[in-house]
Design a protein around this ligand. Structure first.
Ligand code: AMP
Length: 189
């Protein structure tokens, strides 16, 4: 089973690259942001709560997102592997994911760190706001998300480097160039 994790700031291109790899290697792409946005579309109480959190750029609780990811894993027992995009974002989410994958006896094979500068992050997300109209892609929220990423998610790089194969990729290049580099790395797993 090829379980792969993208660790990158918002706007780094992890969603795009996850999709390309998922198709190429027949893997299931799990995007925590998409799962949460689907829930907000349902208009449930939980959906309303999540909508408020996302529109401020904050993180939803570990408990909520961990449960959603567990459901995804459980619903696809025959998957050839998963690509995690946007999850985990905190230390306790990372520990929960390790535990879930340990139960399946299929730990992460690779962590891909996709690097862009914070100036690029802001520029890309503002552009995406124009195209997709995502309500959390305004300048104030983008800055909040950048700060949360640096404080809560960046420390996971060291967490994984201690026990999982990790590669750092320059995310500032063209999409096909990055995709080709990743394809080569993943094909050797
Ligand atoms: P994304 O599309 O990955 O940038 O996620 C959009 C928003 O969903 C984030 O700014 C958070 O509010 C929320 N979110 C996504 N993934 C997580 C996660 N793993 N933990 C907590 N909140 C998350």
């Amino acid at each position: 089973m090829k379980n792969i994790l993208f660790l990158a700031s918002p706007g780094a291109g992890k969603g795009t690259q996850s999709e390309i790899l998922a198709q190429k290697f027949n893997l299931i792409h799990i995007s925590s942001g998409s799962l949460l946005r689907q829930e907000t579309a349902s208009d449930s109480e939980l959906g309303k709560e999540i909508k408020t959190i996302i529109s401020k750029g904050d993180l939803v609780s570990d408990e909520i997102i961990i449960k959603m990811i567990q459901n995804q894993l459980d619903s696809k027992p025959d998957a050839a592997g998963f690509i995690f995009d946007g999850f985990p974002r905190t230390a306790s989410q990372a520990e929960a994911l390790d535990k879930m994958l340990m139960e399946k006896k299929c730990p992460l094979k690779l962590v891909i760190i996709l690097e862009i500068t914070s100036a690029e992050m802001i520029e890309r997300l503002l552009k995406r706001a124009e195209i997709e109209g995502r309500r959390d892609d305004n300048e104030e929220t983008i800055r909040a998300r950048g700060i949360i990423f640096n404080e809560q998610t960046t420390p996971l790089i060291n967490y994984y480097a201690a026990h999982t194969k990790t590669v750092t990729i320059n995310g500032s290049r063209e999409i096909p160039v990055i995709a080709a580099e990743l394809e080569e790395i993943v094909s050797k797993l």
